[in-house]
Each structure stands twice: as structure tokens, then as C-alpha cells.
Design a protein around this ligand. Sequence first.
Ligand code: PMP
Length: 415
Amino acid sequence: NAGSLLPVVGQELRVPLVGGGEARYANLDYGATAPALATVAERVTRVLPYYGSVHRGSGLPARVSTALYEQSRQALARFLGARADDEVIFTRNTTDALNLLAGAVPEGAGDVLFLDSEHHANLLPWRRRAHRAVAFAPTLELTLGRLRDALAAGPVALVAITGASNVTGELLPLERIVALAHGAGARVVVDAAQLAPHVRVDLEALGADYIALSGHKLYAPYGAGALVGRRDWLDAAAPHLAGGGAVREVTWEGTEWHDGPARHEGGTPNLLGAVAIAEACNTLDALPAGALEAHDHSLRELLLARLERLDAVRVARIWADSSAAIGTVAFAVEGYAPAHVGAYLSAEHGVGVRDGRFCAHQLLGRLGLPGGALRASFGVGTSADDVERLAEAVERLVREGARRDYAPGPDGWAP
Ligand code: PMP
């Protein structure tokens, strides 16, 4: 796939088209889950023969696995610019990481604040705590003003904020939000599920207290994510997963839990998930500074220029004054349900996007898209050709229309 930034697995996948023929699959759904980097696939294959029980065996594979697991923690910490005393806890994904932190906010420390534009993963866990949802305003400036007012209105323990919208791709001014929160004595957790694959994060420079991410959006396969940040709340919290590995000593009288990441990582750890994340971090780290951002920017501009020419297409945006965004674009096509457009793009053109409400029901409602939208999202394996195929397909839909009866499934087609 010429013009992509890095090779990913499945880049040359061919898919059948309705009415015969086939096409190279144009994956424009990185925001949901990103394909594994080729380097990640190679690394996982190389580690697989040494696969053993982490922290639990005396054979060589178990020792190698334990070392690799801990090295993976360090690689992730380096990639994120974590402070020396930050804790790196491997979780299942971002959802798991944010739920873990929701269980660790000290009782009585104040409310948790979040915007109503958040993904459900950074909204629903906080509803279990004393919380306040802040309604986003039409501009970022006004929205920051609302956050400032909410911080002044009573004690706040934590501000939970996404780094980049999973719907529109718009970036949040994190430095300013951290300064506001810290000025009011509150901590900040950044939901970096979308941010980390697109923008280099330096946790120490940013000053945010916690960051949560998913390996599967960061070019590693499913199953592992992380929560990284200040250890005091985490070491004082009840274990996220009570069980083997999380304890120092168990008697009938009581349980002595570990401090550190082990406290929250009960059960056999996901070695391959951790190794995959570490390799993805190392590969992204080796890119020249600004390469990820430049790749995103050119693809985004290409798509926006084409879509904005079409009267029947509306591109969604949250804030009138936001100026930066990752390679994610949400749009609606007048007269067509998003699911229908998604089926058309797949069946007729071999283009994969996401349709629906993107786990952000409140946001879609407030954007005037209660029935959902389409989302094209790019990554390192995306080329200008992929984006042009999407643009041409949408242009054709607007010009010529589409049938209404695409098969919902793959019609028995499987690897
Ligand atoms: N936050 C954001 C901004 C996301 O886009 C997503 C995934 N769509 C999540 C959190 C949740 O990630 P996961 O499903 O991997 O837990």
C-alpha cells in the first residue's frame, strides 16, 4: 500500500465486491481497532516459543517471559515519558484502565469532573463515584470556562478528559486543562485511547497525573492496555482484580496485598499483549519527530477537501475554534442512514469505516446526529489511495445513489 507510513498486517488484504470482482481492502477504521504493525507480528512470533508463565515458574520460558513482561512495562513507560515513580499497570484495555482508576479515587477526595462529549469508557466508570458532568460549549474557550467554573464550585479529586475525540478527532488543549485542574487541587487522567496512536505524549512534560490507553488502537492486537500514573492512590486502593499474584500473604485472618502494579494485575498476565505494546511503542518511537502528525494531517486534509465540496455531506465537529485534530473524520450523508452508507462502502468499494454512535451517545445527540454518523479514521498503514477511494465512493453515492439491500454479513466468506 504505497504511501503508508509503516507496514501493517493485512495491508494487502483483498475483499470480494458485490456483483463480482474484488478490491484491496481500504481500512479506514483505525479508530475502532488498528491492525498490528508488521514489526509487532514478527516480535510476537519470535516470543511465542518462549511463552511461559509470568512471575510463576522456574523453567527458562517462565523466566524469559517474566523478564519480557517487565521490560515491556519499561518500554511503555519510556514511550509515554512517564516519571520515574509512576506506576505502569497492564490492563485489558482503556475501559479496564479507567475502571481501575475509578476504584482508586479516594473516598471523600472530591468529585470527578468530565465533559459530556466523552466516550462511554471515560464517562460511565465515573458515574460510580461522586461526579459532575460538564456540558461542552460551542467553542473550546467557552468549554474551558465551564470547566474552570466547575472546578471552583466545590472540591474536585479528578478531571477525566480525552486527549482526542474518538468521533471528530479534535484535540483537547491538555496543557491548559492540566493547569486549570492542578490550580484547583485536582488531578487529571487523560483518556489516550485515540491520542496515543497519533500524537507523541510526554507525561512528565504534560504534567497529567494518569494516562489510559489500549494496545489494540496502538498497533498491537487485542487484549492488553495500560494505566500509567501516580502510585499513591493506586497503592492505597483495593485491588482491581483480587486473586493470585496480587497478594504477598494469605491467611484465614486476612490478606496482605502487594503494592505496585501486581496489586491490580491479579491472575496470569497477558505476556503477548504486553510484548506487542512494547514493540509497537519502540517502532513508533523510531519514527522521525512529527512524522505521525504530518501523515495524519495530509490524509485528513485530503478527505476534508473532497467531502466539503459535497452539499449532501456534513462533517461533524464539536468546537468552532478547535484547530488541531488527529486523522479521524465523522460525517453524515443526507438522505442515507449511516448503516446503509457503511454497507454500501464495504460491499461496492471494499472500504471499511465505522457507522453508528461511536460509544458517545450524548455527544452524537448534542451534535444533532442522534441517528449516528460515519467515521473514517486513519493510521500509519493508511495511504492517500485509501482516502481517495472513500472520497470517490461517497461522491458516487451522492451522484448515483445506492441499492438498499446489501447483505449484512460476509456471506459465508471467511479466512
Ligand atoms: N476512549 C476512547 C476515546 C475510545 O475511542 C475508546 C475506544 N473506542 C475507548 C476509550 C475504549 O477503548 P477500549 O474499547 O479499548 O477499552
